[in-house]
Write a protein that binds this ligand. Structure first.
Ligand code: AHR
Length: 307
């Protein structure tokens, strides 16, 4: 077939005000709430009439939400796809309706939809790198002979769960002190993280490291461990990703070792990239967000700006 070209992407007119769609996937954790707030805060400064929806944890509802935004005539769509595959039809439908789409924070299966072709660009972190950096912190800071790891995975089929697992597992298994004895989804949620940790702790009482794909599950795991009489930060090392307020507090309290940052503050970046696109600039397929790392060395310096 013909080679795809950038010219195939829907254009964005330069206007004084834009009707902007933001399709949030769920609002059950501080990260999601901070991301939605960042879009709402940006609406005023970026001259957006913002339509914001909440799919309440259902990819099917997120597809329907995008449908309804298309019907309402949005100029541009910002979409964090809950999972990598189910949102692909929504991305293609927006393009067919002439609406430029930017994926934010999570991506879709690159074999089924591509930046610069099916959507304009992906704005977000390098999740593989986040997992690698969590592993590297552990390799440098773990002082036991044998690291017995339980991994709490994010939402099954989501890009951060896939990539954070790959980055961490590949890196940690290069060091033969470490073994991953169990890896199970806690759906990025605190409650489920607690429940899964409870179960895995019974099956693997010798666990001495927990790697959680996000802070909410890490906090849930800490609760389960403490209830079982374990001492997080003392007899078990917790490593995680995000940088929420509760995680920074857990680091300050000595219960968590590290959290690799994954910023939810996408509003200003979305505004900037959208305006560049409207001005006719070619947008890089991956507008990459740079992440910091929070440990006992700096957590106290950042807790006031945390969410
Ligand atoms: O897509 C980013 C991830 O989604 C965050 O790490 C997590 O907390 C959120 O739900």
């Amino acid at each position: 077939g013909a080679l795809p070209s950038l010219a195939d992407l829907p254009k964005l007119e330069q206007k004084d005000r834009y009707k902007v769609g933001f399709s949030q996937m769920e609002s059950n954790n501080p990260w999601r709430i901070a991301e939605t707030k960042s879009f709402k805060d940006t609406a005023e400064s970026c001259n957006w009439d913002l339509i914001s929806t909440d799919a309440a944890g259902s990819a099917a509802k997120q597809v329907a939400d995008v449908d309804s935004m298309i019907a309402q005539g949005i100029d541009v769509l910002f979409l964090p796809p809950r999972e990598e595959k189910p949102l692909i039809p929504a991305v293609k439908k927006a393009k067919a309706a002439g609406i430029p789409t930017f994926l934010v924070d999570r991506s879709v299966d690159p074999n089924a939809a591509k930046a610069g072709e099916d959507f304009v660009a992906f704005l977000g972190s390098d999740f593989v790198d986040q997992g690698q950096r969590a592993a590297e912190w552990l390799i440098e800071n773990f002082d036991g002979d044998k690291g017995v790891i339980v991994e709490l995975e994010g939402t099954t089929g989501s890009s951060p769960a896939n990539d954070r697992k790959k980055g961490f597992d590949d890196r940690i298994l290069q060091d033969d002190r470490f073994e991953i004895v169990a890896s199970q989804s806690g759906d990025f949620a605190r409650d489920l993280g607690r429940q899964v940790m409870e179960t895995l702790l019974q099956a693997h009482p010798d666990v001495n490291v927990v790697y959680a794909h996000n802070d909410e599950m890490a906090i849930g795991a800490i609760q389960a461990l403490e209830l079982a009489g374990r001492k997080p930060g003392d007899d078990i090392t917790i490593v995680s990703i995000d940088g929420t307020r509760d995680a920074l507090q857990a680091i300050i309290d000595g219960k968590m070792g590290v959290t690799v940052e994954s910023s939810p503050f996408f509003g200003p970046l979305a505004c900037e990239v959208m305006n560049r696109y409207a001005a006719g600039e070619e947008i890089e397929p991956w507008v990459q967000v740079q992440d910091r790392i929070f440990t006992a060395d700096n957590a106290a310096d950042h807790i006031d700006e945390a969410y």
